[in-house]
Design a protein around this ligand. Structure first.
Ligand SMILES: Nc1ncnc2c1ncn2[C@@H]1O[C@H](COP(=O)(O)OP(=O)(O)OP(=O)(O)O)[C@@H](O)[C@H]1O
Ligand SMILES: [Mg+2]
Length: 468
């Protein structure tokens, strides 16, 4: 069998950046220790029941008790489904994977639907790996660097010792750079990771404490290490199954992780990796950490994807799947049948449904305030009242979008606070859904309309026509 690697050193350097502006104020679920929702905390307001439910699920995930289950957040548009899912993501531990996809992403051209879903599933499962690495730990006796005449190539020697032994190592230019970057001097106690070449300075040796008078107050003194120079040390790191897949697929290599373009991965390779991971588990070298896969706008998946989900959820290596949908009774994509939330009944049967409800005006007011702080906008008290009542008549999202528009208008008239007037003007510039529909009705005949006979997917402008 091929050797399976996990690419420790490379992976650690990939930082994950994924925060969407509209939800940047969400820092968690805002629950207390007993999982009761706090009134206004971590950017979250109201929607208490759904938040508590989310908190309970989260707790089970963290205790590793729940995997291969599915949750569905169902509720009208802009009632916080996506916001709650993101809040959950922020409260998972750092090494519990969280993947978020919008269902429509699955229909990309570069890979099949099932491959896209498989990748999403495997991104959401972490493997915590314990590895022994070899390190060199000792006190630096001497660093000697020889530069070639042009200065282009460098070679050198590092003399390093413990209380029991002393050895000289040859240095390549990469190590020389690393040593000078860490400002390693004779008398420093260092560790060098043999595999990655990473150097860590532990402090200065006590033996050298009287060598220099001018030493910073923060200089740390340590004992010169004893025994062997080379030691084995245990390190723990977490990678996702998908990362292991990509690193080991011969055509791609780990660079594909940076490009984000990983293409399809062969099923045989996945099987090999699963077997290997199972072996590591048995040997106590690895631990599986089921994470969370969030599929937003799940009604956009089609019947083939749903049947894949049904099966994948029963797999031993399955994450917790959270879905969100704002549809009522609607057609299941790829079929003629209608079903609640656009999900087939056999899948619905497997999910726990959490519903989100429209907000009360007080809640809306607080959410608007939080967003204003986040966007650095000051609203006059009157403007806040007006905007809250706008939100009640249109949607919360529309009102939140108006904040920045009104701010632009306020800045134009050189005011430092948004007044009712600015909101009123922004309201006339940008339509909400209801007014837009109204306007379309008035424009019958002058815009291009498309009506398809005998099909219920009319593209006649009325939003979510098929749901009613
Ligand atoms: N309870 C809440 N506390 C704070 N902000 C919230 C809350 N609920 C929603 N928001 C904010 O309101 C906006 C709309 O909410 P969100 O996008 O989560 O709605 P949604 O239920 O996912 O809607 P859709 O069905 O249209 O996708 C977002 O900017 C979100 O961050
Ligand atoms: Mg959403």
């Amino acid at each position: 069998m091929a050797t399976i690697t996990t690419g420790t050193a490379e992976l650690r350097d990939i930082t994950k950046m994924e925060r969407i502006g509209a939800h940047s104020h969400i820092r968690g679920l805002g629950l207390d220790d007993r999982l009761e929702p706090r009134e206004n905390s971590q950017g979250m307001v109201g929607q208490g029941k759904a938040r508590k439910a989310a908190g309970m699920i989260l707790k089970m995930v963290q205790e590793g008790r729940i995997a291969g289950r599915a949750i569905l957040f169902a509720g009208p548009p802009s009632t916080g489904k996506t916001a709650i899912a993101l809040g959950m993501a922020q409260q998972l531990g750092i090494d519990v994977p969280f993947t978020m996809i919008a269902a429509s992403e699955v229909f990309s051209l570069s890979m099949s639907k099932t491959e896209a879903l498989t990748q999403a599933f495997r991104r959401s499962i972490g493997v915590r790996i314990k590895e022994e690495t070899e390190i060199i730990e000792g006190e630096v006796v001497e660093i000697q660097i020889d530069r070639s005449l042009t200065g282009a190539t460098k070679t050198g020697k590092l003399t390093i010792k413990t209380t029991d032994m002393e050895t000289i190592y040859d240095l390549g230019s990469k190590m020389i750079d690393a040593l000078s970057k860490e400002k390693v001097l004779a008398g420093d106690v260092v560790t060098i990771d043999k595999a990655s070449g990473r150097i860590t300075k532990l402090g200065r040796s006590f033996a050298r404490s009287r060598d220099y008078d001018a030493m910073g107050a923060d200089t740390k003194f340590v004992q010169c290490p004893e025994g062997e120079l080379q030691k084995r040390k245990e390190v723990v790191h977490t990678v996702s199954l998908h990362e292991i897949d990509v690193i080991n697929s011969r055509t791609q290599g780990f660079l594909a992780l940076f490009a984000g373009d990983t293409g399809e991965i062969k099923p045989e390779l996945r099987n090999q990796i699963n077997t290997k991971v199972a072996e590591w588990r048995e040997e106590g070298k690895a631990e599986i950490i089921p994470g969370v896969l969030f599929i937003d706008e799940v009604h956009m998946l089609d019947i083939e994807c749903f049947s894949f989900l049904n099966r994948a959820l029963e797999n031993e290596l399955s994450p917790l799947v959270i879905m969100a949908s704002n549809r009522g009774m609607t057609r299941i994509r790829g079929t003629k049948y209608r079903s609640p939330h656009g999900l087939p009944v056999d899948l619905l049967d497997r999910v726990l449904i959490v519903s989100t409800k429209p907000y009360l005006e007080e809640d809306v007011q607080q959410i608007i305030q939080i967003r204003c702080q986040e966007e650095d906008v000051t609203l006059s008290p009157d403007a806040l009242t007006v905007l809250s009542s706008m939100a009640m008549q249109t949607t919360l999202r529309y009102a939140l979008n108006l904040i920045s528009c009104a701010q632009v208008l306020a800045t134009k008239r050189k005011a430092d606070q948004v007044e009712v007037e600015d909101l009123r003007r922004a309201y006339t510039y940008f339509m909400d859904e209801k007014r837009s529909v109204q306007w379309l009705k008035e424009q019958q005949g002058s815009l291009v309309f498309e009506e398809i006979d005998g099909d219920d997917t009319k593209a006649n402008g009325t939003a979510m026509d098929e749901d009613e």
